[in-house]
Write a protein that binds this ligand. Structure first.
Ligand SMILES: Cc1cc2nc3c(=O)[nH]c(=O)nc-3n(C[C@H](O)[C@H](O)[C@H](O)COP(=O)(O)O)c2cc1C
Ligand code: SF4
Length: 476
């Protein structure tokens, strides 16, 4: 059985471990920053000079680190896109919005080990010639914002931030910015708009790729809390050592939030791809309640496509001779990594597994998710604004005894017409994927609910008004 591999969570939840700077320093805190600041420029025998900053960026590339915020995009590659010749300042933003339902890992870091995140940020800023950075934290984390401000003040007082950090000649300031509680502020361009003091309307890409035209139309790096923490460990252990953790193309560790119908909901840090979905649910999270059976799994936050218990997938794997061979895999044997989940038609997204057992009314579950998305659409694009609302309304009537059998097809028709380049941002996909997958995989339940409601509506129409209806209609 795989074990937890606590790299980022190493000290978190240990007895006596506190979020203050002294405690962090006692546990080797800011040593990776000292190491980074001490790196010297090197000149190869061919005469090519690599600066300390380039060296760190190379280490991050070598580590194979993929972003932990949702898309799993290569961190090293993202940093390589930054326009370093524009003459404008380069900004870095730590995305601490943690708004994807089911996700609760970043808040653990913020609350229990804020200096780890700040150290990761300082190293990342140094590596990218950033002198001003922001932590964008969701409005619902007021305590987290206080903890971070306290930690930043402690860091300033010890010259870990500010002018001439640790005497190394590097200046950096970091500010905390609180959101006002909107899911779309987690989307990086919506976040940037919000940070600029505007409505968080996502920007269209191209041209507004943050690496070129981000905050104040300047090159900007947006990385998730966990991604930035991983950078600290990459510098501490070296990119190649980090790459040995996890599995090829899915390196390092990942903090997975597990919730829903499990005995031990919580956050578990594992080497990426070393545990299967079955092990995450039944080993780490303690399995289901007595007598219950697995019905479905949402593998990467509420926007990820749902898996149905018993589903099987065809995956390409390396055979004994190193050649790719196709293998059929049961849902529970699916490795929990970026590539396997994508090959199975979903995603590991924000690393949040939501487990649904056989007591779940699947139509109710989807109605709940759809209501969230209808509420959170920013409204700029017609397919997303109208479509998310229509889907939510159809699901509302299905769950309130007023649905129709054909609502299942109606939902699919709407959901299939939102994504695919019709919207400005990926929210279009995020609101459609749950509907597409829930309805396709559990269509009988949606149709049965609609048909039952239709039957009741016919009966009621045939029977005429009930005494209650007559009373309600009569003048008082
Ligand atoms: C609708 C939507 C919501 C998002 N919410 C978050 C979030 O809460 N936190 C986060 O880190 N990334 C979120 N993302 C992803 C960010 O846009 C961005 O890709 C990420 O912060 C990049 O960090 P990473 O490369 O370290 O993963 C969201 C994306 C979309 C489309
Ligand atoms: S897809 Fe939805 S959330 Fe994204 S910009 Fe368009 S309306 Fe706003």
């Amino acid at each position: 059985m795989p074990q937890e591999y606590r790299l980022i969570l190493k000290n978190i939840d240990q007895p006596g471990y506190t979020p203050d700077l002294d405690c962090y320093l006692r546990h080797g805190g800011y040593e990776a920053l000292r190491k980074a600041l001490a790196i010297q420029a090197k000149t190869s025998p061919e005469g090519k000079t690599t600066s300390a900053q380039e060296h760190i960026r190379d280490e991050v590339k070598i580590s194979g680190l993929r972003g932990r915020g949702g898309a799993g995009f290569s961190c090293g590659l993202k940093w390589s896109f930054v326009d370093r010749k524009s003459g404008k300042p380069i900004y870095l933003i730590c995305n601490a919005d943690e708004s994807e339902p089911g996700t609760f890992k970043d808040r653990q870091i913020i609350h229990k080990d804020p200096h780890q995140m700040i150290e990761g940020m300082i190293i990342s800023c140094f590596a990218n010639d950033v002198h001003l950075a922001y932590i964008y934290i969701r409005g619902e984390f007021p305590e987290g914002a206080c903890i971070l401000n306290r930690a930043l003040a402690e860091a300033r007082a010890k010259n870990l931030l500010g002018k001439n950090i640790l005497g190394g000649g590097y200046d950096l300031e970091i500010y905390v910015h609180r959101g006002a509680g909107a899911y779309i502020c987690g989307e990086e361009t919506g976040l940037i708009e919000s940070l600029e003091g505007k409505r968080p309307y996502p920007r269209i890409k191209p041209p507004y790729f943050p690496a070129v035209l981000g905050l104040y139309m300047s090159p900007t790096i947006v990385n998730n809390v966990e991604t930035l923490c991983a950078v600290k460990h990459i510098i501490a252990m070296g990119g190649a050592e980090f790459a040995k953790l996890g599995t090829p193309n899915n390196t390092g560790t990942r903090i997975v939030s597990i919730s829903g119908h499990v005995r031990k909901p919580g956050y578990y840090e594992v080497e990426v791809g070393k545990a299967t979905i079955g092990e995450m649910i039944f080993h780490f999270a303690g399995g289901l309640q007595e007598g219950r059976k697995l019905k479905a799994v949402i593998p990467g936050g509420s926007s990820a496509k749902v898996f149905k218990a018993g589903e099987r997938f065809k995956l390409k794997r390396k055979g004994p001779e190193g050649k790719d061979v196709e293998q059929e895999v049961d849902l529970l044997d699916l490795p929990y990594d970026f590539d396997s989940l994508m090959a199975a038609g979903s995603m590991s997204g924000s690393g949040a597994i939501v487990v649904l057992d056989d007591s779940t009314d699947i139509v109710e579950a989807l109605a709940n998710i759809a209501e969230f998305y209808a509420h959170e659409s920013c409204g700029q694009c017609t397919p997303c604004r109208e479509g998310s609302l229509w889907m939510s309304k159809a699901l509302h009537r299905l769950t309130h005894g007023e649905g129709r059998k054909q609502d299942a097809d109606y939902l699919l028709r709407i959901a299939d017409n939102i994504p695919g380049g019709r919207t400005i941002c990926a929210f279009g996909e995020a609101c459609s994927w749950p509907v597409q997958s829930f309805v396709r995989k559990f269509k009988d339940e949606f149709e049965a609910k609609g048909a039952a409601a239709e039957g009741r509506q016919k009966q009621t129409a045939g029977a005429g008004p009930t005494p209650e209806m007559k009373l309600a209609a009569s003048p008082q």
